[in-house]
Ligand binder design. Structure first.
Ligand code: 16G
Ligand code: MG
Length: 543
């Protein structure tokens, strides 16, 4: 099988819409599924080139559109260690996708080959998987057409969550090395996570049932499968919203995005005080937890709360294990609630870095710490252990039974956590392991700090690209002068903070605000939104 330029040129799938412009953004290509067949073909070629560039390492392709509506779909590439595609390749992904005919496609291919000095004789290896969307079977065929033309050796892993595909890519590429990540099968994934969970909670009484809203997506059948590998004596789970066969149900009035955006439980869950609930998104790479208080108030335990819980638990364990040389750090984005940052830096005394929105930015920053905990407020995140930290944990010698237990528990966490990318199933088990270990209720977890009231407003403008930011998106550089106006407004509110950035996934500008009270927060958010609207030629109703 070879990289056959004639076949690549002749088998091209024509653009579905003449004027559609494709962009490889924060989460790969994402749009209405109808225009994506042509893109899948190009993505297959890109994956093959990327594999060749990396001496035949296996590259992953995931077909999903996460929390988007069911009629959308998307695709993203996974690099050999289970990370997101290296950023410098994103421009070529975009260029390839926009090539309209065979000739221009080959021109971009030649450009990539020259730019990265790719040897086309190196064999390419690609694996792929997809979520439950009805458009997936057709898009898979288009992808396969491209894989065939580019002569890649490929494996179809079928229906998977996004984090499972990341796991599989890393397992395949590390097989047989000292760094082997696990068995490259779905069963291997379940076994690794469930046995680590059993070790982490050993000797502790089980918590009450956790209600898991799977957004009617791929998380549902996969979680059900995982439960076969774990005794209900250690984990009790009730799966809600697992209808993956009725059209139109995916992410509809449920899932992590619904809960985070609306600050309420999905209508399909009747939640009462004492219930413990969580929601995945459509491809199960994101999770948020929630409960209601005795007086019926809804309380969200979002990514910031998960980061705080993981940071305090791991910091304590490292100390109990007698290996304080391992330093824990946390990575957040500007969307992290000010109270969470304050808690991490002032109460836990852990270093915190702030980076731009998008998993890849957090992931790379987290790699700089011995143990890097990263979470976006929206529930994307995981924990990374550096090779040195892993080695220290593996070789630590206990002087007391308490140290021995702490070391064993720390090691189990390194196995339990999906270190390739945020993973709703793995993050859920991590939170459950910590709460079981501490015998904490959601209320006790929630007590670490109280969120400042916050508000997110979307402003539709004629051109969102005029908004340019710096300082991890916390300040605007352009349009000139707008930041000064925002600063002047913010100064009028106690604990006020606000920032503006263009969305990477939608044609809109997002305004975030927080302040000491709900009334102040709303006032600040709407005033900043109005500034944005007026300066940028807002479209539609003024906020
Ligand atoms: C994508 C990102 C997510 C980010 C969101 C921001 C990944 C896998 N996903 O969904 O991390 O929070 O975009 O969306 O990186 P926005 O740019 O529209 O605000
Ligand atoms: Mg997702």
């Amino acid at each position: 099988m070879s990289f056959d330029k004639t076949a690549i040129k002749n088998n091209i799938i024509p653009h579905e819409k003449e004027d559609f412009v494709y962009t490889y953004g924060t989460a790969g290509f994402r749009s209405n599924a109808e225009v994506l067949g042509s893109v899948m073909y190009k993505v297959a070629i890109l994956a093959s080139l990327r594999s060749k560039k990396l001496n035949g390492s296996t590259i992953g392709v995931m077909i999903t559109a996460s929390h988007n509506p069911e009629e959308d779909n998307g695709v993203k590439l996974v690099d050999p260690r289970g990370e997101m595609l290296e950023q410098s390749w994103e421009v070529y992904a975009t260029k390839l996708a926009n090539a309209k005919d065979g000739e221009s496609l080959l021109a971009v291919v030649d450009e990539v080959v020259a730019q990265y000095k790719i040897d086309l004789d190196v064999p390419a290896n690609v694996i792929y998987a997809y979520d439950t969307r009805p458009s997936c079977p057709h898009l898979v065929k288009c992808l396969e057409q491209g894989l065939e033309a580019s002569g890649a050796k490929s494996i179809n892993f079928g229906l998977k969550t996004t984090p499972m595909l990341h796991y599989l890519v890393r397992c395949i590429n590390t097989a047989g090395t000292s760094d082997a990540y696990g068995e490259p099968t779905e069963e291997g994934y379940y076994k690794k996570l469930t046995s680590a969970f059993a070790t982490a909670v050993k000797g502790k009484p089980r918590l009450s049932t956790l209600h898991v809203d799977c957004a009617n997506g791929v998380g549902a059948p996969k979680l059900r499968e995982l439960l076969k590998f774990i005794s209900s004596d250690v984990l009790s789970v009730d799966i809600v919203n697992e209808n993956t066969t009725t059209l139109g149900q995916l992410n509809k009035n449920c899932g992590a995005d619904y809960v985070k955006t609306n600050q309420r439980a999905p209508p399909s869950i009747s939640i009462t005080a004492g219930d413990r609930c969580c929601s995945y998104d459509g491809d199960a790479d994101r999770i948020v937890f929630y409960y209601v208080t005795e007086d019926g108030t809804f309380r969200l335990l979002d990514g910031d709360k998960i980061a705080g819980l993981a940071a305090v638990f791991i910091t304590d364990l490292v100390h109990e294990a007698g290996i304080d040389s391992i330093k824990v750090g946390v990575v957040q984005t500007a969307y992290a609630n000010g109270s969470s940052t304050n808690y991490l830096t002032k109460v836990l005394n852990v270093p915190v870095s702030c980076v731009s929105t998008g998993v890849k930015h957090l992931h790379h920053e987290a790699e700089k710490y011995d143990v890097g905990v990263y979470f976006e407020a929206n529930g994307h995140g995981t924990v990374l252990f550096s090779p040195d930290a892993l080695n220290t944990i593996k070789t630590a010698e206990a002087k007391t039974p308490a140290q021995k237990q702490a070391i064993a528990q720390l090691f189990s966490l390194t196995e339990l956590i999906n270190q390739t990318v945020g993973d709703a199933i793995s993050d859920m088990l991590l939170v459950e392991a910590i709460l079981t270990s501490r015998q904490w209720s959601f209320e006790e977890w929630d007590q670490a700090y109280t969120d400042l009231p916050n508000r997110l407003v979307k402003v539709v403008v004629s051109d969102r690209h005029i908004f340019k930011t710096t300082n991890a998106e916390r300040q605007l550089v352009e349009p000139a002068g707008l930041q000064t106006e925002i600063d002047a407004l913010v100064a009028k509110y106690s604990n006020g903070r606000s920032f503006v950035r263009a969305s990477g996934t939608e044609d809109a500008v997002r305004v975030y605000a927080e302040a000491a009270t709900r009334a102040e927060t709303d006032d600040l958010a709407f005033k900043v939104a109005q500034l944005v609207y007026d300066r940028a030629g807002g479209v539609g109703a003024r906020p």
